[in-house]
Ligand binder design. Sequence first.
Ligand code: ATP
Ligand code: MG
Length: 212
Amino acid sequence: MITIALSKGRIFEETLPLLAAAGITPLEDPETSRKLILPTNRADVRLIIVRASDVPTYVQYGAADLGVAGKDVLNEHGGLGLYQPLDLNIARCRMMVAVRNDFDYESAVRQGARLRVATKYVQAARDHFAAKGVHVDLIKLYGSMELAPLVGLSDAIVDLVSSGNTLKANHLKAVEEITTISSRLVVNQAALKLKHGTIQPMLDAFAGAVKS
Ligand code: ATP
Ligand code: MG
């Protein structure tokens, strides 16, 4: 049995064509099904539906053989025990620093001010500001980062941005790009060795589908 860990929403949707290229079709839709283990057309392949940030953990411990996770999530997890053979080029966005429209970020940085930064991506934020030599107090949040500067919780946020509409709607502006984000295939290292005959053809099919 091969178990593939996916999160609901954009990762599931954007992974479907790649699964199809490997001859895998889910038999149920996670948006309507309450099941967390979804059978596929292949008796030897099943999908498990987990929180986006939990995908690396399931794969690390071998509870899933494969998974799809954003670079943002993988960076926070650290990637221990994970083989990352393929950038799937899906769920693309950018990790940015954003502040209120009326906040002068450049001059705060120039003056060496200590910045309060709220984010779900504490590891990425710490690395980014350390590399810039900017002193920050990091405040860990689990969502709705855009709110933090509006109510005085922080001066800045580190968040994922695609269209920028959410920032705009909340009177925020992006001031710095930290990195571009896309989702990667992650594979349990032991599973790849033990189930190589089944997993390698899947990796090849995914790689072919990403190219075309
Ligand atoms: P949860 O909803 O469980 O708190 P999440 O918000 O990270 O987690 P999703 O919104 O499904 O879950 O995001 C999954 C992945 O998609 C993220 O880890 C990131 O790599 C990517 N992503 C997040 N936001 C966007 C976006 N606006 N556009 C494109 N890709 C995005
Ligand atoms: Mg989300």
